[in-house]
Design a binder for this molecule. Structure first.
Ligand code: HEM
Ligand SMILES: *[C@@H]1O[C@H](CO)[C@@H](O)[C@H](O)[C@H]1NC(C)=O
Ligand SMILES: CC(=O)N[C@H]1CO[C@H](CO)[C@@H](O)[C@@H]1O
Length: 330
């Protein structure tokens, strides 16, 4: 302690370790574009509102696009990139599970609107536009609104192979779901809250066909599925159904972002194993029951989880750039 130089050196070393180990997400800020594009939130919201009036699919398509973006290579708009030449991009991996084109279209149009403002041109990342548009679609469909942290750069690569094993499957049990979300810094509570995104949108029949036709040798129908609902699903999704047929994931309020998702689970109306297991498994059931009767508590948990989702694998500095076109690298 007698040598101030040593103390200062030690402090500097400790400080640099701290700085180096600060996760990139710490650099996200709500007012990131305050000087470069102060009106960015209004510009994006305007485009999203117009698109929403044209087609409701904008809502689930954008919300799911954000989730897939963040879980594969971080929230860096890598999911937006189109395949070119010999590179097959993320969006063309089979697990893109038919990401609806209206999500891509929303971000591309919002980016064009932002870049049409001279001050904003080439200043705002596609990754941030996707995060803002996602907040806007959730609010437009009746969900909570929230402040979005900004400052993500766009990723420099996008490959189909990077998707392997990164996205949850509809057949997952609670342990599989929990560990995949944990790998992205999300708790089981966050996972349950985010799963409520299935209060909106569509699923193709093949994603749950096994639950209604060939669950097990003794039970063709998954016993955790509501019997009446199983019969309705069989009618909407007969064997050998046209693979393009998609059905509402929330059979009760399919166009409203609400906690009916959790009420549905209490009645065996969870479409996927990964949905229904949240109520079947005693470890997650108390949370499902709590949010089924308390909208405010669910919305708080959803906002917390979305904010954490938006911090996954954020690119800063030389790890990324601001794309000119969201579907083209560079
Ligand atoms: C918990 C694990 C999850 C699994 C296993 C899962 C799986 C799926 C599957 C299989 C579909 C149907 C795709 C199709 O047939 O076209 C789907 C749709 C959807 N998912 Fe998830 N998902 C999960 C979590 C999430 C999360 C966290 C979000 C967003 C925060 C999300 C948002 C959506 C939306 C909005 C749709 C509807 C898409 C549309 O209508 O275009 N999902 N999901
Ligand atoms: C099955 O769903 C219907 C609504 O579709 C509900 O009235 C009924 O209580 C549910 N059955 C069970 C066992 O939860
Ligand atoms: C929207 C989109 O790009 N969907 C693609 C998902 O992946 C399949 C192939 O696995 C493509 O055919 C789709 O065009």
């Amino acid at each position: 302690m007698g040598n101030p130089g040593v103390v200062v050196a030690a402090l500097l070393a400790a400080l640099s370790v701290c700085l180096l180990s600060v996760p990139a997400a710490a650099q996200l800020r709500r007012d990131y574009y305050a000087n470069t594009c102060p009106n960015v939130e209004n510009i994006v919201r305007g485009v999203v509102q117009t698109k929403f009036r044209q087609t409701f699919v904008t809502v689930p398509a954008t919300l799911r696009l954000f989730f897939h973006d963040c879980f594969v290579e971080g929230c860096d708009a890598s999911v937006m990139v189109a395949s070119s030449g010999s590179n097959t991009a993320e969006k063309d991996h089979p697990d893109n599970l038919s990401l609806a084109g209206d999500g891509f279209d929303t971000v591309i149009k919002a980016k064009a609107a932002v870049d049409a403002v001279p001050q904003c041109r080439n200043k705002v990342s596609c990754a941030d536009i996707l995060a803002l548009a996602t907040r806007d679609v959730v609010a437009l469909s009746g969900g909570p609104s929230y402040a979005v942290e900004l400052g993500r750069l766009d990723g420099l690569r996008s490959t189909a192979s990077s998707v392997n094993g990164k996205l949850p499957q509809p057949t997952f049990n609670l342990n599989q779901l929990t560990s995949m979300f944990a790998a992205n810094g999300l708790s089981r509570t966050d996972m349950i809250a985010l799963s409520a995104a299935h209060t909106l949108g569509f699923s193709h029949c093949n994603k749950f066909a096994k639950r209604i036709y060939s669950f097990s040798s003794s039970n063709p129908v998954d016993p955790t599925l509501n019997r009446t609902y199983a019969t309705q699903l069989q009618a909407m999704c007969p064997r050998n159904v046209d693979p393009r047929i998609a059905i509402d994931m929330d059979p009760v309020t399919p166009r409203t972002f609400d906690n009916v998702y959790f009420k549905n689970l209490q009645q065996g109306l969870g479409l996927f194993t990964s949905d229904q297991v949240l109520h079947t498994d005693a470890r997650s059931r108390p949370t499902v029951n709590a949010w089924a009767k308390n909208t405010a508590a669910f919305e708080r948990a959803f906002v917390t989880a979305m904010t954490k989702l938006g911090r996954v694998g954020v690119k800063t500095g030389s790890q990324g750039n601001i794309r000119t076109l969201c579907d083209v690298l560079g």
